[in-house]
Unconditional design. Structure first.
Length: 317
């Protein structure tokens, strides 16, 4: 299998966490998992690069590394109020024209906007900077509440941990749900958070946040059963209307939508890891019939179960 080359473009002073998001997902070699990505870090001026964490890092590669990148990651940009270096903008645009995927984590979206890659397109960034991004680049359709947005050639994420969500999402798109789930398991991370989930939800004044964790775990163990919103509400000990409010506030989706997402995610894994007929998979994930699975699968994954199996089936890692 061809190794997909990921190059992180660091911009001083570099945020260490955003860079670590990309390095953890794309750069580490994990026992039992095949190496499907190459990972490199570059800077406009190779050498010592200061970080926000009080130490310096040494970067050996310059902008020429972007010339061989399949994916370019911009892991934050701590000085978005000033103009970017023309050399950096030119290198990113040349990589994009060549067909490289350009990915921004957190404030890295400002660099992509300045390069014109987000013009008349959807994008997100850290909720604290979303208004500034929208004001400085009015031609960008900023979605301040979204975890990440993948447009195919360009992807953006919210801050901090949302960068991991985006990187795992890209791994899922490149190599399938099962491989991405194994990477997430090694990282002790949830395997899949939808990009449309909310970045941040403040609890109502004087009212503690009511975690959905227990009811979500309970439902994930019973996807094969005919669960509905009423069942989830009964398990949580609340009315369906109250449950819907909690889902909207904590996940940004309805309970029914969340259940469908989990069932399709389970179907993706079974298509990759087994030779079970589509009809059997549909029953196992609670979608009742092959026709229903095909319809729901296409709506969320934009392909058919058969085509997905041809692309990702039979892989061992």
């Amino acid at each position: 299998m061809t190794v997909h080359q990921v190059v992180a473009l660091v911009l001083p002073p570099q945020s260490t966490f955003e860079l670590a998001c990309a390095a953890e997902v794309f750069g580490l070699r994990r026992p039992g998992l095949p190496a499907r990505y190459g990972f490199e870090v570059c800077a406009e001026r190779p050498g010592v690069v200061p970080t926000l964490a009080g130490y310096d890092m040494v970067v050996r590669s310059g902008l020429e590394a972007l010339e061989s990148a399949d994916t370019v990651v911009v892991p934050g940009w701590q000085r978005p109020e000033g103009p970017a270096s023309p050399a950096v903008i030119d290198a990113v645009l040349r990589a994009h024209r060549r067909g490289a995927r350009i990915v921004a984590i957190c404030s890295g979206s400002f660099l992509l906007a300045e390069a014109g890659l987000l013009r008349d397109r959807r994008a997100t960034t850290h909720w604290r900077m979303a208004a500034e991004l929208a004001a400085r680049f009015p031609d960008v359709r900023v979605e301040p509440d979204t975890l990440y947005i993948d447009l195919g050639d360009v992807a953006t994420s919210a801050g901090t941990a949302a960068g991991i969500d985006l990187c795992l999402h890209l791994t899922r798109a490149d190599h399938g749900a099962a491989h991405a789930a194994r990477v997430a398991r090694h990282m002790v991370m949830p395997p899949h958070r939808e990009g449309g989930q909310l970045q941040y939800a403040a609890p109502a004044a004087g009212r503690p946040s009511q975690s959905l964790a227990q009811v979500l775990d309970w439902a994930l163990e019973r996807l094969h059963q005919p669960l509905g919103v009423e069942d989830l509400a009964a398990r949580a000990g609340v009315s369906p209307r109250t449950l819907a409010r909690r889902f909207a506030g904590q996940l940004g989706v309805t309970p029914g939508r969340w259940l469908l997402q989990q069932r399709v995610a389970a179907a993706r894994t079974l298509l990759e890891e087994t030779d079970l007929p589509v009809e059997t998979i549909a029953v196992r994930v609670g979608l009742s019939s092959a026709a229903n699975l095909r319809r729901r699968f296409h709506a969320l994954v934009r392909t058919t179960p058969a085509a997905y199996r041809r692309s990702f089936g039979g892989r061992t890692g």
